[in-house]
Design a protein around this ligand. Structure first.
Ligand code: ZN
Ligand code: ZN
Length: 127
């Protein structure tokens, strides 16, 4: 198994980087586009979480639980657990319901069905 760093972020400088180079399984094609997009969104969400002060989370069902291989990334989630969501919301004020509705719409538009379902579930929990 090969291990890679898919993204990095600095807490102090509020800077994050990521690359699709290793996320696309060598060549980006119409067949692997959705998988590559899903990987990129997971990686970027994780790094952006760091940029906003979130640390790694031990909750398996949380995007802040780091991954070190594509298999782990593919099996990881794109959602924030409720503890990380509350931490993020204490540093940046936003309407969590609105955030989830907008994420659901976005995931629906780009046809990432698993992510759409996760947002629907999280929305049901906060109703
Ligand atoms: Zn990390
Ligand atoms: Zn978490």
């Amino acid at each position: 198994m090969e291990l890679y760093v898919f993204g990095l972020a600095s807490y102090r400088d509020k800077i994050g980087v990521s690359s699709i180079y290793r996320l696309q399984d060598e060549v980006l094609t119409p067949t692997n586009f959705d998988l590559c997009l899903s990987r990129l969104l997971k990686t970027c969400s994780h790094e952006i979480g760091h940029m906003f002060g979130l640390y790694h989370c031990i909750e398996a069902d949380c995007v802040m639980n780091g991954t070190i291989s594509l298999v782990e990334t593919d099996n990881s989630t794109i959602r924030l657990c409720s503890a990380c969501q509350r931490k993020l919301n204490s540093s940046i004020k936003y309407d969590n319901k609105k955030r989830l509705i907008e994420l659901e719409k976005y995931f629906e538009k780009v046809k990432l069905n698993d992510a759409t379902q996760l947002m629907k579930k999280d929305l049901e929990k906060i109703q």
